[in-house]
Design a protein around this ligand. Structure first.
Ligand code: GTP
Ligand code: MG
Length: 138
């Protein structure tokens, strides 16, 4: 089956929304293949965000992502990559549609990085690359 990497970012864990994200993934019908709370180090995050290297927000993004623990999740199912992107909603939480994770639960706090609670892989290829990084044993 197809797999995707979901991260509940530190803002989500801090706000007590990790369970809510898991609940929405399960309620949609996807299977959990791995779930682990961990504090990501900078080397892992630089690799994870390699596609954004050089962009102005990548420094603050990595600082935010290492500011506390992340809940790393591998979810499985037909078309789960696009399915989770749809559950998550648009990157900018102010514009994300109500009914989505970001649309219902996130907002703009005026901080330097867009705090939008979750990460979801953007393609099956990215998903396999990211799963290998976060869960080398899977
Ligand atoms: P992810 O699932 O987190 O990858 O979200 P995405 O695919 O919708 O966004 P993208 O991969 O383009 O960016 C990764 C993360 O960087 C976003 O989730 C935001 O937290 C942050 N980010 C993206 N674009 C901007 C930006 O223009 N400014 C700032 N400050 N942060 C950004
Ligand atoms: Mg992305």
């Amino acid at each position: 089956a197809q797999r995707t990497l979901v991260l509940v970012k530190p803002d989500g864990v801090r706000r007590g929304l990790a369970g809510e994200v898991l609940r929405r993934i399960e309620a949609k019908g996807y299977t959990l293949a791995a779930v682990e709370l961990r504090h990501a180090d900078e080397a892992l995050l630089v690799e994870h965000y390699a596609e954004h290297a050089g962009k102005p927000f990548v420094g603050p993004l990595i600082a935010m992502m290492s500011s506390g623990p992340v809940l790393a999740i591998v979810a499985e199912g037909q078309r789960v990559v696009e399915g989770f992107r749809s559950l998550a909603g648009a990157t900018d939480p102010t514009l994300a549609a109500p009914g989505t994770i970001r649309g219902d639960l996130a907002r703009d706090w005026g901080r330097p990085v867009i705090e939008n609670l979750v990460h979801g892989s953007d393609s099956p290829t990215s998903a396999e690359r990211e799963i290998a990084l976060w869960f080398p044993a899977l």
